[in-house]
Ligand binder design. Structure first.
Ligand SMILES: [Fe+2]
Ligand SMILES: [Fe+2]
Length: 380
């Protein structure tokens, strides 16, 4: 009887993929910049082995020429990552790889963005290990990082771990003449105390979005008062950018694509000539304009949500239906180019589709100029 020859040095694609995955996950335990480069390259090749590499590399960035105009913003670009929904590494590595891919995308931008904005929902169930893992991966960004909180980061320990690592979720900062405000827009009324829910049941209820037990999101009276005070000294001509996790308008209540006191927040912002709101949470191409306020959604690195069934804002160019066999389709990251008037060209860097840019001209012309091509495939 002949024994099959032992094949030395030839690994199947599957074995190779598993080995690379192991290396990537092992490396996450000790992630300094040098290790990360190795680890993220390993993660990327694991993705490549599955045929998931995007045909579109990150778009070459337009150089943001700094314009020194008195009283105006110096043009600049920031990049964003959002909604990574990390599980602990022992449970799921797909979302970890996706976040590492986004970090790689942004680290490859030349020139580098002025900062990277994280749009919330770093964790899936607000677990310490999930938030720490996210912080570890994001540490490898070359550009400075600004953080925003999402409901998935908050409702296990009411933001304790998140605040310990990232600070106060409500803050403002100035960048090149632009005033930026970051809000915690996922404040919920207490639905848990009377029901005696455990922290995990509270978290899972919020994460479920549509089980009817939880309340709607809001910014709340306290933060609205803070916002008014923060903006008090700003003249009406001062361009303002606001970051919120949920959209600061009312789109679809059953999924909390909604902020309950959006009208009151908009009223505070109404006197300004130029306001742009960037939000996470909706995981899709989503564009809106209400009066002077332009709204842009962020893509998720984890999954795309379907569109709300009751219609969409007029300016939204809908995403095509994602390929269900490709877990990266419909996901991505992106950037925004801020113009001297404070308005933005917003780029959705879809990992498996052509990138889509919603320009300032598209927004100011209410969709008559610079309309991006409509995707050929049906939306979802
Ligand atoms: Fe999310
Ligand atoms: Fe969310």
């Amino acid at each position: 009887m002949t024994t099959p020859k032992k094949r030395l040095g030839v690994k199947s694609i599957e074995t190779k993929h598993m080995a690379e995955r192991e290396e990537a996950l092992r490396g996450l335990k000790n992630l300094d910049r040098k290790t990360f480069l190795k680890v993220s390259a390993a993660a990327l090749s694991a993705v490549a082995a599955n045929g998931l590499v995007s045909p579109h590399s990150f778009q070459p960035v337009r150089v943001a020429h700094a314009e020194t105009l008195s009283g105006k913003v110096q043009s600049f670009r920031f990049a964003y990552i959002s909604d990574s929904h990390l599980y602990e590494r022992s449970l799921n590595d797909r979302f970890i790889n996706a976040l590492m891919r986004a970090v790689d995308d942004i680290n490859a931008m030349d020139p580098q963005p002025d900062f990277v904005f994280y749009g919330g929902d770093l964790a899936q169930l607000g677990q310490t290990k999930e938030i720490e893992l996210g912080a570890q991966i994001l540490k490898n960004l070359k550009a400075p990082l600004r953080m925003m909180v999402g409901e998935h980061d908050w409702y296990f320990d009411m933001g304790e771990k998140w605040r310990e690592l990232f600070g106060n979720p409500t803050y403002s900062f100035d960048h090149k003449g632009l005033h930026c405000v970051v809000l915690n827009s996922v404040v919920e009324k207490d639905f848990w105390t009377q029901r005696r829910l455990s922290p995990m049941d509270r978290m899972k209820t919020v994460a479920g979005l549509d089980n009817g037990m939880q309340s709607s999101f809001s910014v709340g009276a306290e933060q609205r008062a803070w916002l008014e005070a923060d903006l008090k000294s700003k003249p009406n001509e001062a361009p303002i950018v606001v970051f919120s996790h949920s959209p600061l308008y009312k789109l679809y209540k059953p999924w909390n694509f909604w902020t309950d006191d959006a009208d009151q927040v908009q009223a505070i912002l109404k006197r300004f000539n130029s306001v742009v709101v960037f939000h996470g949470h909706t995981h899709q191409l989503l564009t809106n304009r209400i009066g002077n306020i332009h709204f842009h959604g962020f893509l998720s690195t984890a999954w795309p949500w379907p569109y709300a069934p009751q219609g969409l804002p007029e300016l939204t160019i809908q995403m095509g239906r994602p390929d269900p066999f490709n877990p990266n389709d419909g996901c991505g990251d992106g950037s925004a180019l801020i113009h001297p008037d404070g308005l933005a060209d917003k780029i959705y860097n879809l990992w498996n589709r052509n990138p889509v840019t919603m320009t300032r001209a598209f927004m100011t012309s209410r969709g008559t100029k610079d309309r991006p091509p409509i995707p050929l495939l049906r939306s979802y």
